[in-house]
Design a protein around this ligand. Sequence first.
Ligand code: ATR
Length: 269
Amino acid sequence: MDRYAVIGNPIGHSKSPLIHRLFAEQTGEQLTYEALLAPLDDFAGCLRAFLLEGRGVNVTVPFKEQAWVLVDQHSKAAHRAGAVNTIMRLEDGTLLGDNTDGKGLVRDIQANAGFPLAGLKVLLLGAGGAARGVIQPLLDAGPKHLCVVNRTVSKAEELAALFVDQGPISASGFDWIEESVDLIINATSASLGGEVPDISPKLIRPGHTLCYDMMYASEATPFNRWAAEHGAARCMDGLGMLVEQAAEAFLLWRGVRPDTAPVLAALRG
Ligand code: ATR
């Protein structure tokens, strides 16, 4: 049976084995999918050992940047993301690295929420690895403008500069903009500490703006609570993105895209 795995540290709470088991059941694909805890100082060894037999791997925190360095070739989405979350061992034994996080995010917003990105004004909060990983697919979706907004402005400027030839992108500090936008995506890690990025509520047009927190939790995230208080038309968390990025990985590996709706419903319980 073909073997797949997710590698991270920590890994105990990963939902990926359940998601891929449900995908396999639904599509009739014969595969196994396990969770592997790699030592912090030996991701490469863990990856190499698994891929002697394994066909593919998902990579999660904190190894996505190392995975980018270790693969032999990069997909377009992975190329400038500087991070790889999906690896496929090709027939000749070389490793293809993809990054399905951004494709999953875009799919969740466009297909699941019914919110086409073409022509929209979009703010991306944060300029760390999570933000960088989703920029290429966001620009590919054809927004009117994508502004990377970060507490440390220099990091937003560096990130926007990396993608400046890929579409309409700019950088900003938190207090530089006050005009409302169509979509605000929170890619900061602020929710982890129970915090909300210090941006103006005027960025939300009540009844119109969609707010998306790439984090998810059993209850509404701090960012989504803040957005709802200020009249966001809709608030979404990152659970849909998690399932959609997994579906993109499954498609790459197996050539079939599972139906994500029942899997997302099962996870929401
Ligand atoms: P990740 O891989 O999750 O992106 P990271 O690379 O450490 O993690 O980046 C964290 C991001 O969240 C950064 O953009 C950080 O802003 P700074 O560059 O100014 O540090 C942002 N961030 C973290 N906590 C935040 C908070 N309380 N308010 C606003 N932004 C925050």
